[in-house]
Design a protein around this ligand. Structure first.
Ligand code: ADP
Length: 456
């Protein structure tokens, strides 16, 4: 009798456990988590290899931060460079990447990125993405022949993905944790529109992007950027992949490095020339109308100082001459500037004591600078402008450690069986500085490496 009772109890426990995680289990060959550039590329690659692939994307649509990529891709020795007669060699590309990252990037991974870039661009061209070399001054940039870069980049890869019957994209489906059996990653627990369930897979690719939309996590890895704003990110970049990877003993590298933009507003960032150029530049003031920082600090240090203010933001105040520069013009339009013909009127619009702001501007115009700024401008030509700026993270440069196979490395230095990663979630390609445009190149190059190895 006792045995029967125990059996009934055990069955009940098993049933309840099955219900709590949803009793369905879906099986596939390759599970890709995250539907930005890297996840889409990895999915297409694994599907091309003939495997059954499920891509889960937690948002209602794929695209991630990749879809808001503004400019283009960086690549070297491509057919476009040959056609344009404008060289940008692999050596140039490697050097630029290493130097920008203060030589802290992993040269092995950077070499892979650089050496695969021409093929990556050819692949994108074959999918229908029309690019050109931006100019002989910026030969590293390949930009769209027309239109917005990120949406076209995602568009052509998504079109390709939709061709495969063996590739299923599940949106509004969030991976909660990785499943591990005998030290091997074998799938993930998913929260979908109909509840939780498991997807069991032979391999998993993590492509969940960065943590731009998770200020608490940013602060955890670099206290200087505590209270970062989230002007420059889509909603999904909350570091889920980092948390899931840590739970299976993955190693993280370079996590303290973030690409902070001091002058960011409404999804875009602006050149610091608005507040740090000789003669014509403006200043930053706090919400009491006082200067509080040397505006010519390096961007990341400047961002950190602005974040220390109670509002974690500041006013950029400048005159008509700055408003006429290309950066100034865009800043005024996007930032919904306050504009007035006198500093006193401007102060009223900013809800700041006019006498305080007038004194701040007068002192600055007379070269009084308690912040050791050596490059001083003046704010003298009406109309005057004030725009609220909110320092934000533009790119998460650290992340999960991977090897040349895009396989995740654990804290003991060993590859984790069944787990691959690509895109912004990986570390090692940047160190302390990002060559703009290497990120969507990473999506293609490491997305392909991850996808093809996961398909083996
Ligand atoms: P990358 O350039 O590396 O592809 P993106 O930011 O473009 O980075 O894409 C990452 C994608 O991963 C985003 O669309 C994001 O919503 C998605 N994502 C993040 N966390 C999860 C999760 N836990 N489950 C499913 N998708 C996720």
């Amino acid at each position: 009798m006792k045995i029967i009772k125990s059996l009934i109890a055990l069955t009940l426990v098993i049933t309840l456990a099955a219900c709590s995680t949803g009793s369905k289990v879906t099986k596939t060959d390759v599970l890709v988590i995250g539907g930005g550039g890297a996840g889409l590329v990895a999915s297409v690659t694994a599907a091309e290899a003939g495997k059954n692939v499920i891509l889960v994307e937690k948002m209602a649509a794929v695209g991630g931060n990749t879809i808001i990529s503004a400019t283009g891709i960086t690549a070297s020795d491509t057919y476009l460079h040959t056609e344009a007669g404008i060289p940008f060699t692999k050596e140039d590309h490697f050097k630029r990447t290493m130097e920008t990252g203060k030589n802290l990037a992993n040269p092995e991974l950077v070499n892979i990125l650089v050496n695969s870039s021409a093929d990556a661009v050819q692949w994108l061209a074959d999918l229908g993405l029309k690019l050109k070399v931006r100019s002989d001054k910026e030969p590293f940039w390949l930009v769209p022949v027309e239109g917005h870069y990120g949406s076209q980049f995602v568009g052509v890869i998504l079109n390709k993905a939709n061709e495969f019957k063996n590739l299923e994209i599940r949106t509004s489906s969030k991976a909660l944790e990785l499943l591990v059996e005998d030290g091997k990653v074998v799938g993930a627990l998913i929260e979908g529109p109909e509840g939780q369930y498991e997807i069991k897979a032979k391999s998993v690719v993590l492509a969940t992007g960065g943590l731009n939309n998770n200020p608490e996590m940013i602060a955890e890895y670099n206290a200087k950027y505590a209270n970062a704003n989230t002007e420059m990110t889509t909603a999904g970049a909350t570091g889920d992949g980092i948390i899931m990877a840590l739970a299976v003993n993955a190693n993280l590298i370079d996590m303290e490095y973030f690409q902070m933009r001091p002058l960011s507003i409404n999804g875009d960032w602006y050149n610091e020339s608005i507040v740090n150029t000789e003669d014509v530049s403006g200043i930053l003031v706090n919400f009491q109308g006082q200067r509080f920082v040397n505006e010519t600090l390096a961007p990341k240090a400047l961002a950190s100082e602005i974040l220390k203010t109670p509002e974690h933001s500041a006013y950029a105040v400048f005159d008509q001459r700055v408003a006429e520069t290309p950066a100034g013009k865009k800043f005024v339009e996007k930032g919904k500037a306050f504009t007035a013909n006198t500093i006193a009127e401007l102060a009223v619009l900013m809800s700041i004591d006019a006498a305080v702001l007038e004194k701040t501007i007068n002192d600055y115009n007379e070269g009084v600078d308690p912040f050791e700024r050596t490059v001083l401008g003046q704010v003298i030509q009406a109309p005057y402008y004030a725009v609220i700026t909110k320092p934000s993270n533009h790119y998460t440069m650290g992340g999960i450690q991977v090897d040349a196979n895009a396989q995740v490395i654990d804290k003991q230095g060993n590859p984790i069986e069944g787990l691959y990663a690509a895109g912004e979630v990986i570390g090692g390609l940047y160190g302390d500085g990002r060559v703009a445009g290497n990120n969507t190149l990473d999506d293609v190059v490491f997305g392909k490496i991850a996808g093809s190895n996961a398909a083996k």
